[in-house]
Design a protein around this ligand. Structure first.
Ligand SMILES: Cc1cc2nc3c(=O)[nH]c(=O)nc-3n(C[C@H](O)[C@H](O)[C@H](O)COP(=O)(O)OP(=O)(O)OC[C@H]3O[C@@H](n4cnc5c(N)ncnc54)[C@H](O)[C@@H]3O)c2cc1C
Ligand code: FES
Length: 368
């Protein structure tokens, strides 16, 4: 994993060792952050040092993480946290490029109508802000030595982790054939278009097609239409030999899986919004006991436990809300929970029940 280069670690490690018996991390952070906004005992933080438009209603933020951030690979995501109107809010964002040699990272954020975090991050006033940052997670990574031919399928904000992979390959002089199909509603919503076209012009092995769903194609590298078998076969004649990474909204990713699963040598996909969920006929409410706080609540069956707990005014830790990042995972010592992604129910005790994608099927005891 690409790690942040050590930043003058020695003197501060010695200082930490000497100070450890006398100072608690929060007290250290309080005073250290008066000297420098990202100096902390161990808490990973990142400062926003760049804020540039990327497309209509999208910005690229350049972040400088402190030395406690453990890094992320191209294709992975991080959870970013900010205090918005007095409420700590965490969301997941993908690195859109490999970690820079100086430890900088970039993320590109698209506005979601009515969204809290995207509106916050799009505001140019964020320049200079300090955000919480979590470790990299996610599976859309390339092998250390990529082999064979690749196909990247991106829709909307799903371009960001795949752009990181394209840039990773470009930095290695495109060692393998790769095609990127990038869906957006309009040309104005395309991020990185100029750079992608320049890469395609420079590297014979790299091909990009912009698939517009709300405008007529004009350029030779533009196409139109929603994802389906005939479009994929027309744009990628050697589809059957491609290793595929797909990323975008849940419906797009579900369609890519249905079209390609079992037809290509490798298919990895990640969704930014939940796919359509299998119907569950759990109705009524159950008793949920929170073992650590001693609270007992009546929560609806069939509703994600995270949503149900938040509706009761609780604030369990969360970020991706998609069952990917593990932030919301907590123990379940008894009762049956249902995985809303698959519809499967399990009565086994669990050490890491993902509250964002699990509902209560019976009375539960949670380690909260
Ligand atoms: C692994 C992962 C990686 C991600 N990477 C990126 C990225 O690189 N760039 C990026 O811009 N976003 C990315 N996202 C989406 C991002 O985490 C947030 O969900 C998004 O910015 C909206 O957050 P918000 O606080 O503004 O909206 P919220 O306040 O959470 O939601 C507002 C409303 O919009 C709906 N909604 C939430 N997210 C979306 C969405 N993506 N599309 C449509 N409707 C939505 C909600 O259901 C709600 O109704 C990623 C998500 C995941 C799970
Ligand atoms: S919030 Fe990421 S797994 Fe639940």
């Amino acid at each position: 994993m690409s790690a942040v280069p050590p930043l003058s670690s020695r003197p501060r490690s010695r200082l930490r060792r000497l100070a450890a018996p006398f100072v608690s991390p929060p007290v250290f952070d309080f005073w250290a952050r008066r000297l420098h906004p990202t100096w902390t005992w161990e808490r990973p933080l990142a400062r926003v040092i760049g804020h540039a438009p990327a497309a209509a209603d999208a910005v690229t933020l350049t972040l400088r993480p402190n030395r406690h951030w453990t890094g992320a690979l191209p294709g992975q995501h991080v959870n970013l946290g900010a205090e918005i109107d007095g409420v700590r809010t965490n969301r997941s964002y993908s690195l859109d490029a490999p970690v820079g040699a100086d430890g900088r990272i970039t993320v590109t954020v698209k506005r979601v109508a009515g969204g809290r975090m995207s509106a916050h991050l799009l505001d140019p006033a964020r320049l200079g802000d300090v955000l919480d940052i979590g470790p990299g997670f996610g599976d859309l990574v390339l092998p250390a030595r990529a082999e064979g031919a690749w196909l990247f399928l991106a829709a909307g904000s799903g371009i960001t982790p795949l752009m990181a992979l394209v840039r990773q390959l470009a930095a290695q002089d495109m060692p393998v054939p790769a095609t990127l199909l990038y869906w957006a509603r309009t040309r104005a919503e395309l991020c990185f278009a100029r750079e992608l076209r320049a890469l395609a012009a420079r590297h014979a092995g790299f091909d990009v097609r912009f698939v517009l769903t709300g405008e007529t194609p004009e350029a030779a590298d533009e196409a139109t239409g929603r994802i389906d078998a005939s479009l994929l076969e027309a744009l990628v004649p050697d589809l059957a030999r491609r290793q595929v990474h797909a990323c975008g909204p849940g419906g797009f990713v579900a369609a890519a899986q249905a079209l390609l699963d079992g037809r290509v040598p490798l298919l990895r996909s990640e969704a930014f919004t939940p796919p359509p969920r299998p119907p569950v006929d759990d109705t009524g409410t159950v008793a949920v006991r929170l073992a650590r706080s001693g609270r007992e609540l009546r929560l609806p069956r069939g509703v994600a436990l995270l949503d149900a707990l938040e509706a009761e005014g609780l604030k369990p830790r969360s970020a991706c809300r998609m069952g990917i990042c593990n932030t919301c995972a907590c123990g379940k010592s008894s009762g049956t929970a249902r995985d809303l992604r698959t519809g499967a129910a399990s009565g086994e005790p669990a050490t890491a029940l993902k509250l964002c994608v699990s509902s209560a099927a019976t009375d539960l005891v949670l380690d909260l």
